[in-house]
Design a protein around this ligand. Structure first.
Ligand code: CAA
Length: 260
């Protein structure tokens, strides 16, 4: 069953997986404040709910999201932009502690591309196009586009996208590490869901620790990152799931992880 919010659809939890579908097709899923607040709200709830082990986020067959809602943005002056609640919603999305997997078909532009970069794994249909066209509006990416893009695709491609506003294809996005797999468009959601289900069977504390430590690599020195990795590795030695995982291997059986 799909639960209808104003701007998104949210599925029931199925085997640990929740799916969020961006649902403003008339505005190419433009990320108005309402939409972002709904995504942040659902992720906040999913973080608190032990039954949710992974979340898939997707759009429709033509568009993932065409960026910030330009019509909404037009009404804001500098003080309005400074106090924009969307900043807070973006932060909540960035802080989601469980795996977030994006299934992207069609356009992922501006804030849409930035939302993709908030996902941990990205599966793209071969019709996907990624871009940061903000420059055409006299602005620059404002939801982490410059920082996450450079760390993801490297300087030259980040500069090309942000300075020229040109789009890249799914295949190029994969070559540059923005996307992990390209499928036919009809399969991207299925593949993202398949991965989410697989991750949902893994020990949840280890999954969350892995996500946290991997993301730290963006913003820390190698030495501090390695130290954090070691601490998380040590912490996991205190979990029942680690004992279960090792015992199951020894006993040649499937592990039964309980999240403890
Ligand atoms: N905001 C609001 N409405 C949008 C929108 C957006 N970002 N993108 C598309 N739409 C609306 C259009 O206004 C249009 O609605 P109407 O029919 O009511 O006029 C409808 O969606 C379809 O759009 P088009 O007719 O333009 O469709 P197209 O197929 O010819 O082009 C497109 C598709 C290339 C995505 C084009 O719509 C486009 O360039 N959109 C804007 C992309 C953009 O500049 N994004 C960056 C926004 S700024 C940002 O995101 C800042 C940030 O970092 C947070």
């Amino acid at each position: 069953m799909q639960h209808e919010y104003q701007d998104i659809l949210v599925s029931d939890i199925s085997s640990g997986v929740l799916t969020i579908t961006l649902n403003r097709p008339e505005a190419y899923n433009a990320l108005r404040t309402q939409l972002l607040s709904e995504v942040a709200e659902v992720l906040d709830q999913a973080a608190q709910n032990d039954d949710v082990r992974a979340v898939v986020i997707t759009g429709n067959e033509k568009v993932f999201a065409a960026g910030a809602d330009i019509k909404e943005m037009a009404a804001l002056d500098a003080v309005g932009v400074l106090n924009d609640p969307r900043v807070l919603h973006w932060r909540r999305i960035a802080q989601f502690s469980k795996p977030l997997i994006a299934a992207v078909n069609g356009f992922a532009l501006g804030g849409g591309c930035e939302l993709v970069m908030h996902a941990d794994i990205v599966i793209a249909g071969d019709n996907a196009q990624f871009g940061q066209p903000e420059i055409n509006l006299g602005i620059i990416p404002g939801a982490g586009g410059t920082q996450r893009l450079l760390r993801t695709v490297g300087k030259s491609m980040a500069m090309q996208l942000v300075l020229s506003g040109e789009f890249i294809s799914a295949a190029q996005a994969r070559d540059f590490g923005l996307v992990s797999e390209v499928t036919i468009p009809e399969r991207s959601l299925e593949r993202a869901t398949e991965l989410a289900h697989k991750i949902a069977t893994k020990p949840p504390i280890a999954v969350r620790q892995a996500k946290e430590v991997l993301l730290k690599a963006y913003e820390t020195t190698l030495d501090s990152g390695l130290s954090l990795e070691r601490k998380a590795f040590t912490l996991l030695a205190a979990t029942e799931d680690r004992n279960e995982g090792i015992a199951a291997f020894m006993e040649k059986r499937k592990p039964n992880f309980t999240g403890k």
